[in-house]
Design a protein around this ligand. Structure first.
Ligand code: NAD
Length: 499
């Protein structure tokens, strides 16, 4: 077993000449096509998590702010819902073009607000462009159906917009998670009122600033503020037809409970705890490299992170050594400190404390950190990339979503045991299977209770395929034609022509 190497990581900081100028958007809500001040003078400071310095501030939105955004969205949706798919497609393509023309501004801003490496922020911007382009085309494929199913009657089955959609987004991929909702929502003919995470509202406000005047007023509205006020009001507002949340299980549950009072439709993309099942015949080096990437991407602040390895006992030691070697080469630092920085900080002080507590609990429970295991010197909320090895079955750390740069390694003896233990989690978002045996890869994938199962891969996305979970990870699908179905409704019109 590799020896413990606690303390080998340091935080790389940028030289003053490396720090880019951050183009901060207006500190306002975006309602009806314009930036407007909040009804309360209260503001929320937005920080750079690598320096803990204030980057900007946004209004702490109120119920009145949400209500005026919904009013604008209702008004705008009346005409937007009557546009043709082609007209909507042109607007979505225009948004994609605007994002593309402003790649650097958005990537620098996203990095500054989240602390994520520039390469990841650039990837987020590219995927945002692709999401709008995909939905610009996919929206045009949604055709209504017809046929005769009762004598003398012709049925027309219409696919309609649902109306105004409330969206609540998290801080880990602020721009991309907003794009995953806005693009299909608009493509299906709805308008949107979006509440970004109070910690990372800047990139979506910047997008609003860039697209203002280039899309119909009021189809996209952004109200900043806290979940308990702005998010809660979106969940309860009588003129919102559907509320979609990407976030933690408690937030999703709170929204679903509130939405149930008005029998509102709910779309939930919640947390995850992805098992990585490595069989004895797997390419162990590829699996270790896969976990290096997918377990530590975005500093592990990813709902699909490859955070829980279950490896066959006969190769557990070899795999752990390979993984520790891989993880030891990760470069920790601030985004401006170089293009090779791979691990940024936790997004906020409270989240840093949560991850630090998880590490302390694991250590107190006697778990062995084969690498990492400590927090790093500030300023900023940096934590060492960490691998806990030889973790016993049922350890709490294998069940809870840590959402940081922490991977656990457990071992198993039989395939049945691997499947049972992988499924023993309240989450059901994603998983991966590593084996050279095609039959085994398919039979195990079918038995795993997760919305996405990768084989010999992990954390690879495409706009054509759905993303979403089972069990505690929620319901509803992002991306793909299934998202368009989720953000639309069917209506049956039956015409009697027998007379
Ligand atoms: P969070 O639940 O703390 O916050 C998400 C959003 O919900 C924020 O905008 C927040 O203000 C809002 N919110 C909080 N309480 C609310 C309430 N009572 N009513 C209405 N809105 C409320 O989550 P986070 O910490 O920002 O993000 C991390 C979580 O998101 C993780 O659990 C992660 O797995 C999940 N996530 C899931 C996916 C997915 O696709 N399934 C993607 C990204 C993140």
């Amino acid at each position: 077993m590799a020896s413990t190497e606690i303390g080998r990581f340091t935080v790389r900081r940028p030289r003053p000449d490396q720090i880019p100028v951050v183009d901060v958007p207006p500190a306002s809500h975006f309602i009806g096509g314009s930036f407007v001040q909040g009804s309360s003078p209260e503001v929320i400071d937005v920080l750079d998590p690598t320096t803990e310095e204030v980057l900007g501030s946004v209004p702490a939105g109120t119920i009145e702010d949400v209500d005026s955004a919904v009013e604008a969205a209702v008004e705008a949706q009346r005409s937007w819902g009557c546009t043709t798919p082609q007209e909507r497609s042109e607007v979505l393509s225009r948004i994609a073009d605007i994002v593309e023309a402003n790649r650097d501004v958005l990537a620098v801003l996203e990095s500054a607000n989240t602390g994520k490496p520039r390469s990841i922020a650039e990837d987020d911007v590219s995927n945002t462009i692709d999401t709008f382009r995909f939905m610009a085309g996919a929206g045009r494929t949604m055709t209504s159906l017809g046929g005769d199913y009762a004598r003398g009657h012709t049925s027309v089955i219409l696919r309609e917009p649902v109306g105004v959609v409330g969206v609540i987004t998290p801080w880990n991929y602020p721009l991309l998670m907003a794009a995953w909702k806005i693009a299909p929502i608009l493509a299906a003919g709805n308008s949107v009122v979006l509440k970004p995470s109070e910690q990372t509202p800047l990139s979506i406000l910047k997008l609003a600033e860039l697209i203002a005047g280039h899309i119909p007023d009021g189809i996209v509205n952004v109200v900043t503020g806290l979940g308990g006020t702005v998010g809660q009001r979106l969940a309860e507002h009588p003129d919102i037809a559907l509320v979609a949340v990407t976030g933690s299980v408690p937030s999703g549950r709170a929204v679903a409970e509130t939405a149930s009072r008005s029998v509102k439709r709910v779309h939930l993309e919640l947390g995850g705890k992805a098992p990585v099942v490595v069989f004895a015949d797997a390419d162990l080096a590829a699996a270790a490299a896969g976990v290096r990437n997918a377990g530590f991407f975005n500093a592990g602040q990813d709902c699909g992170a490859a955070c829980r390895v279950l490896v066959h006992e006969s190769v557990a030691e070899e795999f752990t050594q390979l993984l520790v070697r891989e993880v030891g080469s990760l470069v920790v630092g601030a985004p401006a400190a170089g293009d090779d920085v791979e691990i940024g900080p936790m997004v906020s002080r409270p989240h840093f404390e949560r991850v630090r507590n998880s590490l302390a609990e694991a250590t107190a429970a006697g778990l062995h950190a084969a690498i990492g295991g400590a927090v790093l010197d500030g300023p900023g909320y940096f934590i060492e990339p960490t691998v806990f090895s030889a973790v016993p079955a049922g350890a709490p750390i294998t069940q809870q979503e840590i959402f940081g740069p922490v991977v656990t390694v457990e071992s198993f003896s039989t395939t049945d045991e691997a499947v049972a233990r992988a499924n023993e989690t309240p989450y059901g978002l994603s998983a991966s299977v590593w084996t050279r045996d095609v039959g085994l890869s398919l039979s195990v994938s079918k038995r795993l209770d997760f919305g996405t199962v990768w084989v010999n891969s992990h954390l690879v996305f495409a706009c054509e395929v759905p993303w979403g979970g089972f069990k505690g990870s929620g319901y509803g699908r992002d991306l793909s034609l299934y998202a368009l179905e989720d953000f639309s409704r069917t209506k049956h019109v039956m015409i009697n022509h027998s007379a």
